[in-house]
Design a protein around this ligand. Structure first.
Ligand code: UN1
Length: 508
């Protein structure tokens, strides 16, 4: 069929086959179980990957540790040059790689390509950063002493990423880890294994053709067993985990027990507040992308919408009209804005969520059904009306369900924004400076991402990305996130020939 030939051409363009090895550490192997991945829009099997066994992982960690020892002594700007080559190699493959993401994850093609672009952007950022891993010089209280901070590499960084961003999230972690002087061992989601292999092939080619150990960008495809082994293994100095709050709590506990470092990017339950003085056009368009984009499967998806009572009714009318124009369908077809959910289990979670809404006194204003006549895991983008504190509103359902709630004043809406367990992203639509500064201040949003007049999703790479509370507290991507991939040393150097002690202590 035409669909099958698109997918095999895409695999071919990326050097993949219908059967692929899912372990890379300088050499390709795989002795674990075989996973087949399917196109969630059609049910078509795309290809198979043989995952890592426990022994494969052990060998990979050994090689990654060895590679890290060599890499840490390469000057950081030289490491940046390698990341620049990776960036260029990714750019050469942006179209087929974006297409593979659309085929395997189910997001629309522009978003698939956008995700590769996000990796390219963070790689650019990392290249610049490779000349700016600056420490500070601190005035010493003692004569003839100098104090400074020196940043050194950690060693091995384990990256466990989720199905919904099978390229970009690895990109954030990988590009920063590499310029910071670490090797990386990656376990992506089993349901997007082909994408993990495709990305690793691109990086492997750069490493190998530059005479560098491939284990710097190691891959160990697998499920919870491999993730668990990475969390437990002392050779992994930092574990960067993206996924559910439930699994994240377990990963963090295991890593903490051995005093490893961790970065957590867990669930979100993001809200948009539309005040009465908002630009309504802008708000409607933003909410469409925020709540329906990626079929509601971003950790930054808007799930709760607080509408000021003065504009509530007209806004709902506008929103329902806009939802009515959204085309649901194959994510590779032009004009489609909402692809399928990633798995059948997600469709069941959607249906459970809808029945909870009605059981908890809510109403379905638009949508509400799984589209069973279509070949893939499709659901209708849904708008509900429900109380702010209904239990279903406080749960992250990874599907395009938007709960709408009426509010009467901004402090009340902020309280409701903050009352959920999660604390990732939030956005206020207003034209008044007082509201804006209240929102970003100490009595405003409690989230890691606090926006004004833009959606909750679609963050740029230059800022630190992550959230508070059950979102896990981690920060990835821009700003000072790089510091988590290094260890900070405080160095005090005495050039006085005397021994004055700090705090004026006399010890003689
Ligand atoms: C995620 O959903 O795990 O801000 C990451 C965004 C994207 C990243 C989302 N830049 O929506």
């Amino acid at each position: 069929t035409a669909a099958a030939s698109t997918s095999s051409a895409t695999l071919k363009a990326l050097g993949l086959d219908s059967f692929n090895l899912g372990v890379y550490n300088g050499e390709w192997s795989g002795n674990g179980s075989i996973v087949e991945t399917t196109n969630p829009a059609t049910g078509e099997v795309l290809g198979a990957v043989q995952q890592a066994s426990a022994q494969d992982l052990d060998q990979t960690l050994q090689k990654a540790s060895k590679a890290a020892k060599m890499w840490r002594s390469v000057p950081a700007p030289k490491r940046g040059e390698v990341v620049r080559k990776m960036r260029n190699a990714l750019n050469d493959k942006i179209e087929p790689l974006g297409r593979l993401v659309a085929l395997e994850m189910g997001k629309i093609l522009p978003e698939g390509i956008g995700e590769v672009q996000e990796y390219i952007d963070i790689a650019d950022y990392a290249v610049g950063l490779s000349r700016m891993l600056n420490g500070q010089v601190i005035p010493s209280e003692r004569p003839g002493h100098a104090m400074m901070e020196v940043w050194n590499p950690l060693g091995v960084v384990g990256v466990i990423s989720a199905f919904n961003f099978p390229v970009a999230v690895y990109g954030w972690n990988s590009a920063l880890s590499l310029v910071c002087g670490n090797s990386v061992v990656w376990k992506g989601s089993p349901t997007t294994s082909l994408t993990s292999v495709a990305v690793t092939k691109i990086l492997a080619e750069v490493l190998e053709s530059n005479g560098l150990p491939g284990a710097l960008c190691s891959l160990a495809c697998g499920g919870a067993d491999i993730g668990n082994a990475i969390a437990h293994d002392k050779r992994v100095n930092l574990v960067s985990f993206t996924g559910s709050t439930k699994t994240g709590r377990d990963v963090a506990t295991v890593v903490q027990k051995r005093f490893g470092k961790h970065i957590l990017e867990l669930g979100g339950n993001n809200a948009i507040i539309v005040h009465k003085d908002a630009d309504i056009d802008l708000a409607v368009r933003s909410i469409l992308f925020a709540a329906v984009g990626t079929a509601g499967q971003r950790c930054t998806t808007t799930r709760r919408l607080f509408l000021h009572e003065d504009i509530h009714d007209t806004f709902i009318e506008r929103l329902i009209k806009a939802y009515g124009q959204i085309k649901v369908g194959n994510p590779l077809h032009p004009g489609v804005l909402c692809g399928p959910l990633h798995t059948e289990a997600a469709v069941q979670a959607f249906e459970q969520g809808i029945s909870d809404v009605t059981a908890q006194g809510g109403k379905i204003l638009h949508g509400g059904r799984a589209l069973k006549d279509m070949p893939g895991n499709f659901v209708e983008p849904t708008i509900t009306s429900i109380a702010h504190d209904a239990p279903v509103v406080h749960r992250e359902i990874f599907a395009p369900i938007l709960h709408t709630i009426k509010f009467s004043n901004l402090p009340e809406a902020i309280e409701w924004n903050n009352e959920v367990g999660q604390g990732l992203s939030s956005s206020l639509f207003t034209t008044s400076p007082e509201n804006i500064f209240h929102w970003i201040g100490p009595a405003g949003s409690d989230c890691g991402i606090v926006n004004v007049n833009i959606p909750t999703n679609g963050a740029e790479i230059g800022g630190a990305f992550g959230g508070e509370k059950e979102t896990g507290g981690g920060r990835e991507s821009g700003s000072t996130s790089w510091q988590q991939y290094m260890r900070r040393q405080t160095c005090t150097i005495n050039y006085s020939g005397q021994l004055p002690l700090a705090q004026g202590i006399k010890f003689e």
